[in-house]
Every structure is written in structure tokens, then in C-alpha cells.
Ligand binder design. Sequence first.
Ligand code: SF4
Length: 226
Amino acid sequence: MYLIEIYKSIQGESSFAGRPCIFVRLAGCNLRCSWCDSEYTFTGGYKLSEDEVVAEIAKLAPVKLVEFTGGEPLLQEREVIPLMQRLLGSGYELMIETSGERPVEKVPKAVHKILDVKCPGSGEAGRFRMTNLASLTERDEMKFVITNRDDYEFARTFIRDNALEGRVGGILLSPAFSKTPTPERTTENCLLDPRELVEWMLADGLNARLSLQIHKYIWEPMKKGV
Ligand code: SF4
């Protein structure tokens, strides 16, 4: 499979935020989100066999939580699914972050899926595969990156129309982050003030979780491999 990097850091998002985690970042993406912070995954990457990826992960012991991310990791589903099965068999706890544009039905049920539903501000709204909703369990989470009020209303409608509150383990609303942030570790780098987003959530009583990318506040926002 083609990879960009394998490293360990603190999980920055989701209900796993703050936990030590190994990131397996795969190469390639079929979307082009306007605020993407991972454009360096679009091309290139290095090829590793399944055995080599397992060995790289083992070097980062004793961390046992592993996230598959990208890019879009499910573009390499044929290689990723057997690797997941092998890691689960070795006692790893697994997560995958995907746009939900590719089918997720073959992802083992034990893997925590984070499905990142694209809102209009991303320029990629409408790419979510609605049949994926049938594969979700309370182990899984839905994420919406929000740039403005239109995005928020899109997310609120999607959440309510599909009865996501109570259907999945968590709903994450994350203010979009600037592609050209200052080096300061501050919410000034968000495209939408988190305080404004919180006010909207409170007004609607939305059963969702504000999700700040905490790695962008622990380290300088543009730092890679953290
Ligand atoms: S799906 Fe993820 S990696 Fe792909 S363009 Fe969007 S934000 Fe970037």
C-alpha cells in the first residue's frame, strides 16, 4: 500500500481526543476540500507491504490505538481491510477517518469509523454515500467541518433528517481551520469562531460535540507529524 507517514502523537479529534495514538496516513484522495490541511497526501507516497506496515506500527509500542487516515484511506481498501483484520487480531484498537464517499461496509465492525460529511463550504458537499448510514453503529462518529452558518444549517439538517442523534456514538462539529494559519496556537486561526458555533449549538440544543483539533493548539498549527 502507498503511505505518506506512520507516526505516533496525541489523537486530536473525536471522542478519542487526547489519547496516545499511532497514525497511519495513506496516500491519495479523490476529493479536494477547500480547507484541506492534508494536500501533501494527494501525490507521491512510498510503498510498503502489509508486513512492513505492521513492523512500523510495532516500533511505536506500547501505543495500541491506531488511526487510519489520509488522504482517503478507503481508496486502498483492498490492502487496508486485511491489515485491519490482522491488527485487530493482535489486540490493537482501531479507528478510521474517511469522507464516507467510498463504501464502508467492509470495514470490520470493531473499527471505530469517523465519517467526515462534507458541508457546502468544503466545495465537496453531496459526495457522502448515503447507503453508508446503514453500516454505522454506536461505535462510530459523524463529523462536520463548519466554515459558516450555511455549513452549520446543512449539518443540522443532515443530523436531524437522518436521526443521527442517538444513532451513532458521537456527532462532531469542528470549526474549519485556516490553510495559512499564523504560528500562534490560537482559535484566531479558525475560519469560524468556535464561540459562535457553540452559541448556535446551544440555541438549537444539538446533541453534538464541539471538536477542536487539539494538536493545532499543542504544537504550532503547521507542524507535520504530530
Ligand atoms: S477528504 Fe480529507 S484529505 Fe481529501 S481533500 Fe478533503 S480534507 Fe483533504
